[in-house]
Design a protein around this ligand. Structure first.
Ligand code: HEM
Length: 204
């Protein structure tokens, strides 16, 4: 008898997140300049600076929110230190880093549900990083050791860490209202990020 393909269980909250953010993802992906013919190292540095200006205040807000579920280990998933190291490797001085602008319009993080929605976006972005990493390596010669570590932040563990996150998310007991709050936070994260990147003039 032929083995039946393993059916992958998709928890309802993930179904809702995918349905609620797919269009936002496509829209942002189209405008990001990773595959643009005009992307050079200088433009890449400006893009990483813009990422830093978003991730830094957002990860600070997550840490200060008191809303992170107590059994969720955020520290090993923080990405700002890697963005910072990339910028230093790309020749941005510590003084210049200090004076980079930070996004002020961030998603409101007032519940565990909102935390999880924000985290879904930040964790999911590591998946696309695997494609972007190859592009930036072949186009600009930048790798994990000279300015593009963020794009390969979890390295070979990317898939496993994503599945761990999804499993954690799917195991959280959640009311319909909480599920809706997760999706709203994820949508707001996408839209705040796009608006911020637009204001930094790094989008197509
Ligand atoms: C040009 C830039 C990008 C490309 C090419 C890209 C590509 C991808 C790809 C191929 C996947 C699916 C991986 C898979 O199913 O195994 C994915 C998933 C995802 N990406 Fe992106 N991405 C980009 C930018 C971003 C950004 C900037 C964010 C958010 C800040 C983001 C958030 C997500 C999320 C949340 C998922 C998970 C979707 C899910 O499976 O539930 N992506 N991306």
């Amino acid at each position: 008898m032929q083995a039946k393909a393993r059916e992958v269980y998709v928890p309802p909250v993930l179904q809702d997140l995918r349905a609620g953010t797919a269009e936002l993802h496509i829209a942002l992906e189209k405008r990001l300049p990773f595959f643009s013919d005009t992307l050079d190292t200088q433009a890449f540095v400006r893009l990483v600076q813009a990422y830093y200006g978003f991730y830094l205040p957002l990860e600070n807000a997550l840490q200060q929110s008191d809303a992170i579920p107590t059994d969720f280990d955020l520290a090993p998933r923080l990405k700002t230190p890697t963005l910072r190291a990339d910028l230093l490797a790309l020749g941005v001085s510590a003084a210049a880093l200090q004076s980079l602008p930070h996004c002020q319009q961030l998603p409101i993080i007032d519940s565990s549900a909102a935390c999880l929605g924000v985290l879904y976006v930040l964790e999911g972005a590591t998946l696309g990083g695997q494609i972007l990493r190859r592009e930036i390596s072949s186009r600009l010669g930048l790798e994990a050791n000279n300015g593009a570590a963020f794009l390969d932040i979890y390295g070979a563990a990317t898939g496993r860490r994503w599945r761990d996150f999804i499993e954690y998310l799917g195991n959280q007991p959640m009311s319909a209202d909480e599920r809706a709050a997760v999706v709203t936070a994820a949508q707001t994260t996408f839209s705040c990020f796009e608006r911020w990147l637009e204001s930094r003039e790094v989008l197509a």
